[in-house]
Ligand binder design. Structure first.
Ligand code: GLN
Length: 588
């Protein structure tokens, strides 16, 4: 097993996750099987209890792990399926060591950060790196480990110490490190100077912590000037070819191209001794598959740079709109769909509170601006969320989409609100609401799921991959179902919710004939998909299809919605229905 550690210095949030996943993608295009582990030095056991406004989206894996959003980059780039153990946090590793101590595993010993915790970290990484992550079932060849935060943070110290010992544990030629740094331009703008001091300091810090980066990847606005590369090389005692420049590009999908141009693969080949005896030897099928993935990646990425693409405007009506990362997988899924359809995505964010009547009184300019965005959109998307704030605005946007025949996708909370909207405005059910948002309402059409533990918050939702069965009578007319192919009886999607459509109200809601529960769980009791007939595309899903969307295999829920907004649903349905969407591992 070979390991690539990606660490960060200077500041966090400059795209370490993208650099790490792009590195993984390049390795995969060589035919290697690549896995990844994200280390988060925070004390939380997982990201499930963290506010999306602060930490960004909570990403969910098949096994119901509530993960850091970077895990999403790996799955999207590498077409892999990771598990909850692929995200290692301080909380998880301390919990493991403390449980062992209580069991008596260390009996007689003083349990210490070094060596007990640091050994547990290394054992964890070695164990998890072996888990097969794709349909081939093969053990991975390479594991990309991303260390969250920046080197020098107090909380990352045990992980850094563990990583400084790791190269000796795994042996020569099996470990390399990329340190991601930031090169600011002072003063900012076209005439500023690229400053190397933060990078020099960051490399000094990482070395004094016992790590020796093999490559220094510099994030910067513009390509690094030759003199700047030379200076970093001199001051950090490396060769210029060990300094990579990762400047701003038109989309993050260009980063693998940028790294490849700078011969990253040649460097990795040397550092990980990939041509030496005993190195992994991918089969011809895997090499061909890698090459096919790469050409598809390049062509979809470059096609987006063409000047003559039609623009499709999608309005995302949400609550956490001040932090883009809060809906990162939603945005990525729309990008994947746009790349597939060869259209340009114009994603407009609207804070749903601004659509409410109170906003008209308090902030009329924002109210009108928000409604202008909704009224001019080609498609309206209401994503997942928690709590009442902004939900009346989301319901109003849903009414607009339903009555004006604008393509609509409601995800999780968005689907629940679409049910409330229909119950209130079409079925005329008085006081129709949700037990979460309107406790004590006259007619709860969304209720707490019976099996959910109400006393604890961490990991207690209905989480992970579950089946959604298409209901009888939906083939032939359901636009959502047609995306998968009418002969497909069920699909698997990832979930994260506590509430569901009230089973006692289903018959009343469906009785109008237009509003149909197209998908239900395997017992036929729980609503998974709703769709309105005779509408260009009005779909709500209880699951989160964004967690299964991949750059080269877009989610069909998002693809159907986007294609409808772009006016190409029939063509896209014909081209995608019943087929995997290009280069899936299953084809190998
Ligand atoms: N708050 C809703 C629930 O718990 C929706 C959750 C979500 O959108 N992820 O069911």
């Amino acid at each position: 097993m070979k390991y690539v550690l990606v660490s960060g210095g200077v500041i966090s949030g400059v795209g370490k996750g993208i650099i790490a996943s792009s590195t993984g993608l390049l390795l995969k295009t060589m035919g290697l099987t690549v896995t990844s582990i994200k280390i988060d030095p925070y004390m939380n056991i997982d990201a499930g209890t963290m506010a999306p406004t602060e930490h960004g989206e909570v990403y969910v894996t098949d096994d119901g792990g509530e993960m850091d959003l970077d895990i999403g980059h790996y799955e999207r780039y590498l077409l892999t399926t990771l598990t909850r153990d692929h995200n290692l946090t301080t909380g998880k590793i301390y919990q493991q060591v403390i449980e062992r101590e209580r069991r008596g595993d260390y009996l007689g010993k003083t349990v210490q950060v070094v060596p007990h915790l640091t050994n547990a970290i290394q054992d964890w990484i070695e164990r998890v790196a072996q888990i097969p992550v794709d349909e081939s079932g093969n053990k991975p060849d390479v594991c990309v480990i991303e260390l969250g935060g920046t080197v020098g943070d107090i909380e990352s110290a045990p992980f850094i110490h563990a990583m400084s010992q790791f190269p000796r544990r795994v042996g020569k030629g099996n470990f390399m490190q990329i340190h991601v740094s930031y090169v600011p331009v002072i003063p900012p703008g076209p005439h500023g100077e690229q400053k190397t001091k933060p990078t020099q300091r960051a490399v000094g810090d990482v070395r004094s912590a016992g790590l020796r980066p093999d490559l220094i990847a510099c994030r910067c606005e513009r390509p690094l000037e030759d003199a700047v590369i030379q200076k970093i090389a001199n001051m950090c005692q490396v060769e210029p070819k060990q300094v990579l420049t990762v400047h701003n590009v038109s989309s993050t999908y260009h980063v693998p191209l940028l790294l490849r141009q700078q011969k990253l693969l040649d460097s990795i080949n040397g550092l990980l001794e990939l041509n030496a005896p005993g190195a992994p030897t991918p089969s011809k099928a895997l090499i061909d598959h890698g090459a096919k993935m790469w050409s598809e990646w390049v062509s979809r990425t470059r096609a987006q740079d063409g000047g003559n693409l039609d623009t499709v405007t999608i309005c995302l009506v949400g609550k956490y709109t001040n932090l883009e990362d809060a809906y990162i997988s939603v945005g990525k899924s729309l990008e994947h769909a746009a790349m597939y359809c060869k259209k340009k995505l114009n994603l407009v964010w609207v804070d749903s509170s601004n659509l409410e009547d109170t906003a008209l009184e308090e902030q009329p300019a924002k109210f009108h601006e928000a409604w202008h965005a909704v009224c001019t959109a080609d498609g309206i998307l209401v994503p997942g969320g928690f709590g009442i704030r902004g939900t009346e605005g989301m319901i109003k946007a849903t009414t607009w989409a339903r009555t004006k025949n604008v393509p609509f996708l409601g995800v999780c909370l968005g689907m629940q609100l679409a049910v409330i909207e229909f119950a209130r405005n079409v079925c005329n059910i008085p006081g129709a609401g949700s037990e979460e948002l309107h406790p004590g309402c006259e007619n709860p059409v969304i209720v707490y799921m019976p099996e959910v533990d109400r006393t604890k918050l961490g990991g207690t939702m209905r989480l992970g991959k579950r089946e959604c069965v298409f209901q009888p009578g939906t083939a032939g007319w359901s636009k959502f179902r047609a995306m998968y192919g009418d002969d497909v009886g069920s699909i698997q999607e990832r979930h994260r919710h506590r509430y569901e459509v009230n089973p006692e109200k289903m018959t009343t809601i469906e009785s109008s004939g237009d509003f149909v529960f197209v998908g239900k769980d395997e017992k036929g009791e729980r609503v998974e998909v709703i769709e309105i007939r005779n509408h260009p595309f009005f779909v709500g899903v209880q699951f989160h299809p964004e967690y299964l969307s991949r750059v080269l295999a877009p989610s069909k829920s998002y693809l159907g919605f986007f294609a409808a907004a772009a006016g190409v649903l029939d063509e896209v349905t014909a081209s995608s229905s019943g087929k995997p969407l290009v280069v899936k591992d299953a084809e190998v």
